[in-house]
Ligand binder design. Sequence first.
Ligand code: CIR
Length: 276
Amino acid sequence: MSFATTPSAAAPALRPGLSCRFTRAILRRPAATIARGLRAEDLGDPDLVRFERQHADYRAALEAAGLAVTLLPPLDDYPDSVFVEDAALCLPGLAVALRPGAPSRRGEAAALRPDLEAAFPDVLDLPEAARIDGGDILVTDREILVGLSARSDAAGAEALARVLAPYGYALRRTGTPPGVLHLKSDCATLGGETVLATPRLAASGCFAGYRVIETAAGEAAAANAIRVNDRVFLAAGFPRTAERLAAAGYDLAVLDLSEAAKLDGGLSCLSLRFSG
Ligand code: CIR
């Protein structure tokens, strides 16, 4: 399978550390309504108390990696709002309020906007009709890669490219494998020129020019990892992918995310990470 992938602007500038050097993170506590969260397949409802415990461990791991964390209150009107990444894109000095593709999640960006204004000198908006989730946006040190998916459309990718162009960011568009929720369900940046990706996404050719570490067979869900400063966060339960990353020299923090996983959530979705 290969996707129609648009070329980036010629020779995009390298911004060393853009994808993984952070000083701050924004998290939102899980809503009491979390059991009403969206999911592709019913694996049982998440347990709120266990979710809160895993969320607290995740927060502590971000702090241990050197980040100052802003913890926002739960939003019970939005069962999926703990997956705060989908409502905004954060870059140094700049945030974009996104347009989540799922109808039940549309209001999350407006609810987050005051918190973005408190943290960023510039907050940009996208047109009402655009659809784009943060889970479909992979920021590497050289470009911003947007995966079109059931949640993110061409209008969303174009609108994002338009608002970011004045800031010099190169944006490239690709696809998302069939049945996969978000681009970053299947990949993560590991800093520099390296990405972690599922074999099915890597086979699309969208990472040509990158060094790709593939998730091990049967461990596709390990791809939703995050690099945070000198550490790579990986979900528990993927021993062979963990071995590959350790062999490549990454210092791993392995976290139990069983409750987020019941709602198709993973490590990237639970925070907005940025420097500033
Ligand atoms: C949803 O379907 O929108 C949520 N249950 C999961 C969102 C996960 N977000 C992400 O991968 N960025």
